[in-house]
Design a protein around this ligand. Structure first.
Ligand SMILES: Nc1ncnc2c1ncn2[C@@H]1O[C@H](COP(=O)(O)OP(=O)(O)OP(=O)(O)O)[C@@H](O)[C@H]1O
Ligand SMILES: [Mg+2]
Length: 359
């Protein structure tokens, strides 16, 4: 496979953020047109072939209507594509939505990818974008796009730290002179917090709850440290020993304990990043503070908790779920900025291996 330092030419029409949990699609001069879960609903045909019935919000609605016949699948895991064909179908479906498709024929797409992913994972993104109808795919790194969306002056010779606490990963990046000087990607995101809740309740309350219930509990009463007024919720569960259904009472202190390990992993990663930061950039970061974004940053008190642990101020972006989309929108309108941060891509579009399985 030839690695040419090819850079796409021509103005892009779309920015696409393929997140582990959510997909955002921004059209130039129109803004954010899709902000939906990165999921598909499928049936299993003969020989185990998956027939995709719906994607995004519609997929969740369909599965809720007919559970048992339809299944939900996620074509991305920890920020990277695990099923190229399904990802292609998902992108194609988003692009063909009413009000979007007539706007675009064979668009040029900016797609963001996690920093430092493997060549094969990068190829999968380019392939999926092109196979879904893109004339051209331009790659940008997620922490960079997030920093642009957070209005950080990335071109300055000063060090800035941005943390994208996402659904499947967290990226802790230091940016200076339009370059990612350092980046650490952790397998700690919203999904891992949910898993932490499921496992904790199984271990300490002998109860099994669904991942969806864990998500609801986390968003509703989750917090990094126990809040003064304990909140209590009831959820449907199954007794882990008998398998019988039960109603489980869970409180906010228990959720804090359940997610504690994941939160500590994140804090540890941030400390490690700071240790690896050259001293001159470190003093810039201490002066300007750290920017926190991504859906995970909506966890109650997480900004304050990190700040207390590392003794550097932490600012959460205004709308962490769409900060990266804002960055994409800026890039669609700033060719020079895009040119300064876009990545070279391989000119071979067929991924060398495809994994076709859901997890
Ligand atoms: N209020 C909230 N409290 C805690 N977590 C939240 C809240 N709102 C959303 N989240 C979490 O944010 C995560 C989604 O964030 P985001 O959309 O940034 O991820 P993503 O871009 O899909 O993932 P990645 O960037 O890791 O590939 C979900 O795991 C969700 O549980
Ligand atoms: Mg993301």
């Amino acid at each position: 496979m030839v690695l040419s330092l090819f850079k796409s030419s021509g103005a892009p029409d779309i920015y696409l953020d393929l997140g582990t949990m959510n997909t955002r699609l921004v059209i130039k001069n129109r803004g954010l047109v899709v902000n939906e879960p990165s999921v598909i609903a499928f049936t299993t045909g003969r020989h185990g072939k998956k027939n995709i019935i719906a994607v995004g919000n519609e997929a969740i609605e369909q599965v809720n209507k007919t559970p048992g016949n339809l299944f939900l699948g996620r074509p991305l895991k920890e920020g990277v594509i695990t099923d190229v064909d399904t990802t292609e179908t998902m992108i194609r479906s988003f692009l063909s939505r009413p009000g979007i498709s007539h706007w675009l024929t064979r668009p040029r797409i900016i797609m963001s990818i996690p920093h430092g992913i493997k060549k094969i994972e990068k190829e999968a993104v380019v392939y999926a974008g092109r196979a879904a109808g893109a004339r051209d795919v331009i790659l940008a790194e997620e922490p960079m796009v997030a920093a642009i969306g957070a209005q950080l002056p990335i071109q300055e010779p000063k060090g800035r730290m941005i943390i994208d606490f996402g659904g499947g990963t967290s990226e802790i990046a230091i940016i200076a002179l339009s370059d990612i000087v350092y980046c650490q990607t952790l397998r700690t995101g919203g999904q891992q917090l949910n898993e932490g809740i499921v496992q904790w309740l199984k271990k300490y309350k002998n109860a099994i709850i669904s991942e969806a219930s864990a998500e609801l509990l986390k968003v509703d009463i989750g917090s990094t440290s126990p809040i003064s007024e304990v909140q209590v919720r009831r959820v449907q569960a199954r007794n882990a020993t008998s398998g019988l259904p039960m109603e489980l009472e869970v409180n906010s202190t228990e959720i804090s304990m359940a997610i504690q390990d994941c939160v500590e992993d994140l804090v540890f990663g941030i400390k490690k990043a700071l240790e690896n930061t050259p001293p001159e950039l470190l003093s810039d970061i201490i002066d300007s503070g750290i920017v926190l974004t991504g859906g995970g940053s909506l966890l109650k008190n997480i900004d304050r908790y990190i700040q207390d642990q590392i003794k550097i101020s932490v600012h959460r972006t205004n709308d962490p779920l769409t900060t990266i989309a804002k960055g994409g929108e800026i890039l669609l309108n700033s060719p020079a900025l895009l040119d300064s941060i876009q990545l070279p891509i391989e000119e071979d579009t067929e991924p060398t291996a495809r994994r076709s399985q859901f997890y």
